[in-house]
Design a protein around this ligand. Sequence first.
Ligand code: MLT
Length: 407
Amino acid sequence: MIHLNENFTKLKASYLFSDIAKRVTAFTQANPDKPVIRLGIGDVTEPLPPVCVAAMHAATEEMAHRATFRGYGPEQGYAFLREAIAQNDYEARQCPIEADEIFVSDGAKCDCGNIQEIFSLDTRLAIPDPVYPVYIDTNVMAGRTGPSVDGRYQGVTYLDSTPANGYVPAIPSVATDLIYLCFPNNPTGAVATKAQLAEWVAYAKKNQAIILYDSAYEAYIRDPQIPHSIYEIPGARDVAIEFRSFSKTAGFTGTRCAYTVVPKSLQAFDTAGKGHSVHALWNRRHTTKFNGVAYPIQKAAAAIFTPEGKKQVKDMTDFYLGNAALIRAAVAKLGFSCVGGDNAPYIWVNTGRDSWEFFDMLLTKAQVVCTPGAGFGKCGEGHVRISAFNSRANVETALARIAAALK
Ligand code: MLT
């Protein structure tokens, strides 16, 4: 008899964004005359930067000719892309990261979800609350947690992000082994200073722990004091893995390209206390389970590092930040406090009301989709997340409808 992995039965029946999509579909089917505006899932709406499109066309043309056709590429990514990333995202910020420490992939979601495979099942987890559900759910699937009791998986050290700490969690008082951090944060949009990240690096060093640093939204940072990478902190390359994505940076949610940085100096330990290279383990896993991102997509990704590409990416992220500024102003006018939206494409609104009820109210009265804070964890209750990813016209209409609904 085939037995299932019972860890899966500890999970909520469906993934947060699938749950929301079901509710929205039910509403639109029942109300076909009421067009819905989606400020829920963080999915981009603006077309790809023209430099990316041109590079993709040219690379596709290469695939059409015997002399320039390519089959399997290197699983870790083509050198042209890894080198461009190393130079522009790391060397330019004085971060000591080499091209062969970069693993190109089809998404930060997949990498954040898969990375836990290389660590032991008794790894002690530190996970923020609220949190991007992938970090916690993938550890539940693997069996690294107990059951969920009162909305929290047993055995996990939760890092509470609340109004009291400005949504930047404090260092835990207990030792943990694997720490998930995300800045600019999804879902709150909060950012961490260099001093705050330095404390995390010191904590990880002290506990021989590893930080998994998700900086998928770094292209939205405008405050020059805020670090874009954990490797801006001295010593971080000995304790941190970083995840980045072209999705929110350059509109690649449908095109799929991301990367993960695993420094060669990073170690994890066997039961005898002997250190092993995490880079070698991840390389082994990546080359076994992944066959690389398509050549035209990698060419398109590399194009963002050209001078025109940099300008086009800045224009695109500025555009979404313009939406975010409108959302922040409208939220303040309605009398709610919020964070995010200034260095991030998400605005985290403290409504003080049940978050699923608020979600339903916005959907039915304003036909606007947001994300209920409780979907991201217990500390998300009383909040909703509004995404800045949409056209200007849709954001303006949505804000007018929300104001009318809350009158
Ligand atoms: C979100 O809305 O939180 C993001 O779109 C999720 C993701 O990038 O997978």
